[in-house]
Design a protein around this ligand. Structure first.
Ligand SMILES: [Zn+2]
Length: 349
């Protein structure tokens, strides 16, 4: 199989930033995807529905400017200790699709995140009632826990107790990186409303933690949650390619300027939006499961969020492409993952 036509996919976890860089960034995603679920960790974070609607309009305008008038950004709210249940009602009325939980300090611009989840119980109860999904960055942040263990500890300390307190809550365990997370999502008992699903990035399907240290320290492979051991990558790959509707595509593509990645205290995040579908194709093809890509990339996420599946199609081809050294992002340079390396698949449009 050298060419594959599939329903145009959606990216269920994307960072786009804001301001003058927006047209440059949104164009990479809008070229391949029909919709993207945009993360609210701006500075300051998007904590109100009004801010989310305004941000959505700026993204739509930027996409139009970049030549993609049909691209639809789906919006989320950033959960803080102070988010009121009434904001949840407003979010549902205005078509927002989720609320994002960042444990304080977990990743880029997460300082305003939740310090104690129990303080948010009334707001989360309202989300469960209205069927609005909680999207979780699933890592504990206390310094006593090893950076490679933070996701597994989060399941026991935070996620499972949360789901027991709110059995009807709809949860997306974002960018999972461990076998423990795969097992938890696969085995979790769910009710009609209280479903749990997980997004998986392309880089966690393709690389284990050796990639960060291959021949020297490689900052473009540093992301949070951090890449894990091979046994975890294998578990993610079987989950993504196994056909289960509980797993779907979320790139977590995160643009950081070159000088802030190649830095003594480099930022966390991999920029994968420009070659997203090709990276996933390479991962699926590596285990002979390219036929499962369409469900993972285009159906499972839409079905989980109760949104219509896309009608358009895209075509990819098994043909080598060389990834550019960098892209422009406003006045800065942006280095993609796999810069100047070859990928096995190409996006034809
Ligand atoms: Zn993210």
């Amino acid at each position: 199989m050298n060419k594959l036509t599939l329903t145009r996919p959606d990216d269920w976890h994307l960072h786009l930033r804001d301001g003058e860089v927006l047209p440059d960034l949104v164009s990479h995603t809008a070229r391949q995807f029909s919709r993207a679920l945009v993360m609210p960790n701006l500075k300051p974070p998007v904590t109100t529905v009004q801010q989310a609607k305004q941000y959505q309009q700026r993204i739509i305008d930027a996409a139009k400017k970049a030549g993609y008038p049909n691209f639809l950004p789906l919006m989320t709210l950033y959960l803080t200790d102070k988010t009121l249940p009434s904001e949840v009602d407003l979010a549902v009325e205005n078509g927002l699709v989720g609320v994002k939980l960042y444990p304080a300090g977990a990743t880029t611009n997460s300082d305003a995140g939740v310090t104690n989840l129990q303080q948010c119980d009334a707001t989360i109860a309202r989300m469960a009632e209205l069927g609005l999904a909680l999207l979780v960055h699933g890592e504990v942040t206390h310094q006593g826990v090893d950076v490679f263990d933070r996701e597994a500890v989060f399941i026991d300390e935070v996620l499972d107790p949360l789901r027991k307190r709110h059995p009807r809550l709809k949860v997306v365990f974002e960018h999972i990186t461990t076998k423990q997370a795969v097992d938890y999502v696969e085995q979790a008992s769910t009710t009609d409303q209280g479903q749990i699903a997980a997004t998986i990035t392309a880089h966690h399907l393709l690389y284990n933690r050796n990639a960060i240290f291959q021949g020297g320290i490689r900052p473009h492979y540093y992301c949070l949650p951090i890449l894990k051991r091979e046994v975890h990558r294998q578990a993610l790959l079987s989950a993504a390619t196994g056909g289960s509707k509980k797993f779907f595509l979320g790139t977590d593509s995160a643009p950081h300027a070159k000088h802030l990645k190649e830095h003594p205290c480099g930022c966390a995040g991999c920029f994968t939006a420009a070659q997203a579908i090709e990276l996933y194709a390479q991962a699926f093809d590596s285990v002979g499961k390219i036929q499962q890509l369409e469900g993972f990339a285009a159906f499972h996420g839409a079905d989980f969020y109760g949104l219509p599946r896309n009608q358009e199609q895209i075509t990819i081809e098994k043909k080598t492409q060389k990834v550019p050294a960098s892209y422009t992002m406003g006045k800065e340079l942006l280095v993609p993952l796999n810069a100047e390396e070859s990928l096995e698949w190409s996006f034809l449009g």
